[in-house]
Design a binder for this molecule. Structure first.
Ligand code: CMX
Length: 145
């Protein structure tokens, strides 16, 4: 019999909001994720501050976020050059991104952002992959409907 254990948690992470995928170009990414897999395109934008063009596609209650680097020298550009693209980050949805960021700070988790900032998914912040077993983690508080 598998054993289960009760876990108590103060985290208010609600679901996986999106999974970030780095692609050489949004057009190439959309050809597969939208045209072949059939995911519904919701929006795209250039986010200069993050150095990317990004597109969101719906998969049920969650999304796939395609990321095309604006520059080969920035973080996403280096990721594309080094790994040829692919899975880049996991984003959890929360009602209060500042509270989650404070909770992560209080646990001594290395942060990338010291305070929430604007992203395609709303107010966002990142935890450093060195502190999260190699997975880049984002928290997002989507804009109120
Ligand atoms: N997942 C896991 N590890 C990653 C990673 C990723 N997506 N990107 C880089 N790394 C690792 C590198 O492999 C490297 O590991 P080693 O030291 O073992 O070789 C380490 O992180 C540092 O890499 P680096 O090249 O020195 O640093 P970068 O300049 O690439 O920065 C990171 C890495 C995570 C700090 C940077 O990508 C970052 O700040 N990310 C957050 C912002 C972001 O990703 N924005 C795009 C998405 C925008 C959005 O969703 O709105």
């Amino acid at each position: 019999m598998p054993r289960s254990s009760a876990v108590t948690s103060s985290s208010m992470l609600k679901k996986i909001h999106h999974v970030g995928v780095v692609v050489p170009s949004l057009d190439a990414g959309l050809k597969f994720w939208r045209d072949t897999l059939g995911l519904q395109f919701t929006k795209s934008a250039t986010i200069e501050e993050q150095g990317v063009r990004a597109a969101l596609l719906k998969a049920g209650e969650s999304e796939i976020e395609l990321l095309e680097p604006l520059d080969s020298d920035n973080a996403v550009g280096k990721f594309l050059a080094r790994r040829g693209g692919g899975l880049h980050h996991v984003c959890f949805e929360t009602d209060d991104v500042a509270r989650e960021l404070d909770a992560a700070r209080a646990k001594g988790i290395q942060l990338i952002d010291q305070k929430p900032r604007h992203g395609l998914a709303g107010m966002i912040c990142f935890l450093h992959p060195k502190a999260t077993r190699g997975v880049l983690v984002e928290y997002a508080q989507p804009p109120a409907e």
